[in-house]
Design a protein around this ligand. Structure first.
Ligand code: ADP
Ligand code: MG
Length: 287
């Protein structure tokens, strides 16, 4: 899908700082700097922006600010041109619908005592879809989109594999037809081949629906497959943000270079896949 950078960005952060001090943990040692500071980026409709960086660098904190789970200390956040500061501490239900999340551990985010169908039904009802047939239709469609069959809908989460559970979490995010999904380490807990399947699924769903992703991962090799642009975080700051190919070909920040050096040359950086793809493409043209 082509990304129109002339358009108003879907999401725009300017000079954003945030910290956990306000959340009231009295005995917490105050760090010298806030958890994130001076964060600037935008995401366009249909785009995937990946954030990478080592543990504690501020990726999840940035995701939480976007999800409005953590208040902004300084700077501004705009969504579809609208300054979110207008809402104060409140977040309209409509924003909650348009900005969804998929987290690392699906078993923690699915209620073990509820059939997986209710993982989708509950948010639909919360967002005003109450007609039984309409609910049924949307649930069926969402499960079909993520490649789960009817049989899975009537099961409990612990009867599904990790990859299938993550498909349920993705279906739950997408059933509300969001414009942005924050994927925070959404594939990190999965084995390598399942990671590849879920990444391909996310890309397909993006092509179908035009949804944008803020894709958070600590693995630089992984984001190469999915990101249009990559932001590199270190110690609460965004040290580099570039088109994916440019970042891999010509990393400018020394920290990015170190991250790249630490990324194994073998899979999952995709070189082999790409070669295989090129060969397949050529075969297609020739045949
Ligand atoms: N719930 C929390 N309470 C207090 N500090 C936190 C909390 N979550 C993260 N932090 C701190 O915020 C900083 C950024 O963490 P985080 O955004 O979780 O990093 P990442 O997702 O890149 O691993 C770290 O210094 C971390 O210790
Ligand atoms: Mg994190």
């Amino acid at each position: 899908m082509s990304i129109d950078r002339e358009q108003t960005p879907l999401l725009e952060l300017r000079g954003v700082s945030a910290d956990y001090a306000a959340s009231g943990r009295l005995l917490r040692r105050r760090p010298a700097a806030p958890a994130i500071s001076g964060i600037d980026f935008e995401i366009h409709p249909g785009e995937t922006l990946a954030f990478v960086g080592e543990s504690g660098s501020g990726k999840s904190t940035t995701g939480r600010v976007v999800l409005r789970l953590l208040p902004v200390m300084a700077g501004s956040v705009h969504f579809a041109g609208r300054d979110l500061a207008e809402w104060g501490a409140k977040t309209p239900l409509e924003y909650r619908r348009q900005v969804q999340a998929v987290f690392q551990d699906p078993s923690a985010s699915l209620n073990p005592r509820h059939l997986v169908a209710s993982a989708l039904e509950i948010p639909l009802r919360r967002h005003g879809v109450t007609d039984r047939r309409d609910i049924r239709m949307r649930i069926d469609r969402a499960f079909e989109m993520v490649g789960l069959d009817r049989d899975h809908i009537g099961r409990f989460p612990n009867e599904l594999s990790g990859g299938q559970q993550q498909r349920v979490a993705i279906a739950r995010a997408l059933v509300l037809e969001p414009r942005l999904v924050v994927c925070d380490e959404a594939v990190s807990a999965l084995d390598m081949s399942t990671q590849g399947q879920i990444i391909n699924l996310l890309k397909e769903l993006q092509e179908e629906t035009g949804v944008a992703y803020l894709f958070i991962a600590h693995d630089l090799g992984l984001v190469r497959h999915i990101a249009d642009r990559v932001g590199v975080m270190s110690q609460g700051r965004l040290v580099e943000l570039a088109e994916t190919d440019a970042l891999f070909a010509n990393p400018r920040d020394p920290y990015t270079r170190r991250l790249l050096d630490a990324t194994p040359a073998s899979s999952p950086d995709g070189r082999d896949d790409r070669r295989a793809q090129r060969i397949a493409d050529r075969a297609g043209v020739a045949g």
